[in-house]
Write a protein that binds this ligand. Structure first.
Ligand code: GDP
Length: 529
C-alpha cells in the first residue's frame, strides 16, 4: 500500500472532525450532557468528573484560589474524544458566574452548536444571547430539549417558542411518547424506530425497529393512550411541519430538534450519532486574502482566547488557537503575522477536562493551547508560507459598566500599562468620555470580568483601583457621518471606544428606543463596526 500523502492525511483528518459548542442557560444540563458525551467517547471513565470540575469553580474567590494552586487556568477548556471514527472537539463555553466575552469569542471557533433547552423553562435569556452570536455566523444549530423525564412544555409549544423568540424553525428528528412521569420513550422519525425508556432502570433502553408510526407494535409497547397521542402528533407534523432540509440546516436556518434526558442518559447516544452525521466538518474561513480552505497544506490558525495565569509569580499565559488549515506539528515555525516574526510552536497543549497533554500533531478544527510569554492578542493569525490574516473577531456589546479610578495617582503609568494589556487580552473593554473631562469607563458582559480585572491590576501591575458601578445596561456603537453628540445627552451617555468609534450607553431599553427615534440617520450596532 502506498503511504498517505500529506494532502490525503489532512483531508481525512478534516473530514472526521466535528468541533462544536453547547449553548444553554445555566442549569439546563450542559455539564450533565457534556459528561455523557465524554463517557460515550471513553474520554472519562466515571460520571462526576466534569461535575467535580464545575463544582470547584463556583465562587469567584474559590476560583482564584484554584487558579493559584494549579498555576494555570482550569476555567475553560476543550474536550476531545473519538466516537465511531469521528474526532470530536467540544468547546466549553463558560456560563454561570464566569460568563464573559470569552464565552462569545469561543463560539467563533466552533463549526456548529448544540442548543440545550430545559423542557420546562423553554428558551431562556443566556440561550438567546448565545444563539444570536451563532446565528450571525450562520453556523448549524442542533437543539436538544432536556429533562424530558420532568413535566414541561409540550413539544409543539417549544417549537413555536423557538420560532417566535429565536426566529428559527425546527424539524423534530424524534418525538416523545408521553412526557414527564408518563414518558416511555421517543419515536425516531428518521430511522422509524421506537426507543423505549425503562422508567425503573434508566440506563436500559430498548430499541425496536417499526414500519412507521402506525405499526401495531408501538401500541403493544406504549399502550393506547400514548400511541393515539403520538400518531395524532406525528400526522400533524407530516402535514404542517417542515421537511428535513440539509441545506437549510447547514445554513443555520432550520434546527434539527431532539428530545431526551441527559441525566438519565436517554436519547443522548442517538442524538450524538445523528449529530455527528449531520454536523459539518471544519469549514473554510474568511481572511483578508480570501477564503482559507481547511484542506490546504499550509498551516494557519487564529487566537480566539487568552487565558492568563492568576498566579503573579508566573506571568505566562495560554493562547487558545483554532487551527483553520494544514497540519500542526510540534516545534514547527510559523509566521506571527501581526508582528511579522517567525515563532516556534514548542510546547503546544491539548485540553481534556483537567488534564493537559502535550500535542504532537493537530489538524483543522482542533484547538491547541500555546504558551504565551505575552506576544499574542485576541484575533492574532499564525500561518505558514503566505501571510494569512483572518477576519477580526467581533467585539461584543458589554452589559455591565463601571467608572474606574486609581487609588494612588503616582501609579498612573502602571495603571495605563495594565489597562492597555488587559484590553488587548479581551479581559475588559475601555471607553472614554467623548467630551471635555476624561473619564475611563469599563464595560464587560460578566461580573467576573471586573473581579479578574481588579485582581490582576493589583497582582500584576501593583495598582489598586476602585470601580464605581454605573447603571447602564446597554451599549450600542453609533455609525453616523453627521452625528450630533448633543442629541445623545438626554437618556444616554456618549463615549468613545479605543478606536475612537462613538458608543452610546443606555440605562434601559426605553432610553435606547427613544434615542433611535430621535436619530433616524444613525445606525445602532450591537457589535463594534
Ligand atoms: P448546567 O448548569 O447547564 O451545566 O447544568 P447541570 O448539568 O449542572 O444540571 C443542572 C441540574 O439539572 C442538575 O441538578 C442535574 O442533575 C439536573 N439535570 C440534568 N439533566 C437532567 C435531566 O435530564 N432530567 C432531570 N430531571 N434533571 C436533569
Amino acid at each position: 500500500m502506498s503511504k498517505l500523502t500529506i494532502a490525503d492525511e489532512i483531508k481525512q483528518e478534516v473530514e472526521r472532525r466535528r468541533t462544536f459548542a453547547i449553548i444553554s442557560h445555566p442549569d439546563a444540563g450542559k455539564t450533565t450532557l457534556t459528561e455523557k458525551l465524554l463517557l460515550f467517547g471513553g474520554a472519562i471513565r466515571e460520571a462526576g468528573s466534569v461535575k467535580a470540575r464545575k463544582a470547584s469553580r463556583h465562587a469567584t474567590s474559590d476560583w482564584m484560589e484554584i487558579e493559584k494552586q494549579r498555576g494555570i487556568s482550569v476555567t475553560s477548556s476543550v474536550m476531545q474524544f473519538d466516537y465511531s471514527g469521528h474526532r470530536v472537539n467540544i468547546l466549553d463555553t463558560p456560563g454561570h458566574q464566569d460568563f464573559s466575552e470569552d464565552t462569545y469569542r469561543t463560539l467563533t471557533a466552533a463549526d456548529s452548536a448544540v442548543m440545550l433547552i430545559d423542557v420546562a423553562k423553554g428558551v431562556e435569556a443566556q440561550t438567546i444571547k448565545l444563539f444570536q452570536v451563532c446565528s450571525k455566523r450562520g453556523i448549524p444549530i442542533f437543539t436538544f430539549i432536556n429533562k424530558l423525564d420532568r413535566e414541561g412544555k409540550s413539544p409543539f409549544e417549544l417549537m413555536e417558542e423557538l420560532e417566535r423568540v429565536l426566529g428559527i424553525r425546527a424539524v423534530p428528528m424524534n418525538w416523545p411518547i408521553g412526557s414527564g412521569r408518563e414518558l416511555c420513550g421517543v419515536y425516531d422519525r428518521m430511522k422509524n424506530q421506537v426507543e423505549l425508556f425503562n422508567g425503573n432502570d434508566h440506563s436500559t433502553i430498548e430499541v425496536q425497529k417499526v414500519a412507521d408510526y402506525n405499526d401495531p407494535h408501538i401500541r403493544e409497547m406504549a399502550g393506547d393512550y400514548l400511541t393515539d397521542q403520538l400518531i395524532a402528533d406525528l400526522e400533524l407534523l407530516d402535514v404542517a411541519g417542515d421537511q428535513f432540509d440539509y441545506e437549510k440546516v447547514r445554513a443555520g436556518e432550520l434546527t434539527p430538534l431532539f428530545f431526551g434526558s441527559a441525566v438519565n442518559n436517554f436519547g443522548v447516544q442517538t442524538f450524538l450519532e445523528n449529530f455527528l452525521q449531520l454536523a459539518p466538518s471544519p469549514t473554510p474561513r474568511q481572511s483578508t486574502s480570501g477564503t482559507v480552505d481547511p484542506m490546504s497544506e499550509k498551516f494557519s490558525g487564529y487566537v480566539f482566547k487568552i487565558q492568563a495565569n492568576m498566579n503573579p509569580a508566573h506571568r505566562d499565559r495560554i493562547a487558545f488557537l483554532r487551527i483553520c488549515s494544514g497540519r500542526f506539528e510540534r516545534g514547527m515555525s510559523v509566521r506571527h503575522v501581526r508582528n511579522g516574526k517567525d515563532i516556534k510552536l514548542a510546547q503546544p497543549q491539548q485540553f481534556l477536562a483537567q488534564d493537559r497533554d502535550i500535542v504532537e500533531n493537530a489538524y483543522p478544527g482542533d484547538i491547541i493551547g500555546l504558551f504565551d510569554p505575552g506576544i499574542f492578542r485576541i484575533g492574532d493569525s499564525l500561518s505558514q508560507g503566505s501571510e494569512i490574516v483572518f477576519d477580526e473577531l467581533p467585539t461584543f456589546s458589554p452589559e455591565i459598566f463601571a467608572k474606574v479610578t486609581v487609588k494612588n495617582a503616582l501609579k498612573h503609568k502602571q495603571y495605563q500599562k495594565g489597562i492597555d494589556q488587559l484590553t488587548e487580552e479581551g479581559t475588559i473593554q475601555v471607553f472614554h468620555s467623548s467630551g471635555g473631562f476624561d473619564e475611563t469607563i469599563l464595560g464587560v458582559v460578566g461580573q467576573l470580568q471586573f473581579e479578574v480585572f481588579e485582581h490582576r491590576m493589583r497582582a500584576e501591575y501593583g495598582v489598586e483601583i476602585q470601580l464605581h458601578r454605573m447603571t447602564f445596561q446597554f451599549a450600542r456603537w453609533i455609525v453616523d457621518d453627521k452625528i450630533d453628540p448633543t442629541k445623545y445627552r438626554i437618556n444616554s451617555t456618549l463615549v468613545k471606544d479605543k478606536k475612537d468609534n462613538y458608543v452610546a450607553l443606555f440605562e434601559n431599553e426605553y432610553a435606547m428606543r427613544t434615542a433611535m427615534e430621535k436619530n433616524p440617520t444613525s445606525k445602532f450596532l450591537e457589535m463594534a463596526p
